[in-house]
Write a protein that binds this ligand. Structure first.
Ligand code: FES
Length: 162
């Protein structure tokens, strides 16, 4: 049962098609800024705060890992994707937030799920799902059946929603 004082831990970010591949949206949920990314059709979310010195991490670049065993032989590993901090270029794995510079340092990755309109509407009706406040609220008030929705959880996560 939800009380007036209960804080939501899951939020509707928007329709899947509102964040196309290669795009991101930075939203606010429970007073925290969170970046939601569509990387090659998979959705990821990360707290918009670098664990090094607090930079707005989600404003950084999205890059793949580059591997080289010998000079001149360079391969792009599209299976490993990193978010690059705009301050000092440290890279954080979008799957688990782990830093490739310092494996003991982690950015906060959050779970993202894709849910159907019926499921989202029912959870909204039960008060189990919050809406992201701000300029996008109007876009997500009407839940339509022909769309899937991006649902963000503030609990720790691994992996991205596909
Ligand atoms: S603040 Fe992000 S790497 Fe330094």
């Amino acid at each position: 049962m939800t009380t007036a004082h209960a804080r939501q831990t899951r939020f509707v970010v928007g329709r899947v098609e509102e964040i196309p591949p290669g795009e991101r949206r930075i939203v606010e949920a429970n007073g925290r800024e969170i970046g939601v990314f569509n990387i090659g059709g998979r959705f990821y979310a990360m707290l918009n705060r670098c664990p090094h010195l607090g930079a707005p991490l989600c404003e950084g670049g999205v890059v793949n890992q580059v591997e080289s065993t010998v000079p001149g032989d360079v391969r792009l590993d599209t299976g490993k994707t990193y978010l690059t901090c705009p301050y000092h270029n440290w890279e954080f794995d979008v799957e688990d937030g782990r830093s490739s510079w310092n494996p003991r340092l982690r950015a906060r990755a959050l779970p993202v799920a894709l849910e159907g309109a019926d499921e989202v509407q029912a959870a909204l009706d039960r008060g189990e799902l919050g809406r992201i406040p701000g300029p996008y609220t109007a876009e997500i008030v009407d839940v339509s059946v022909e769309s899937d929705y991006i649902v963000l959880s503030l609990r720790p996560a691994r992996g991205g929603a596909k």
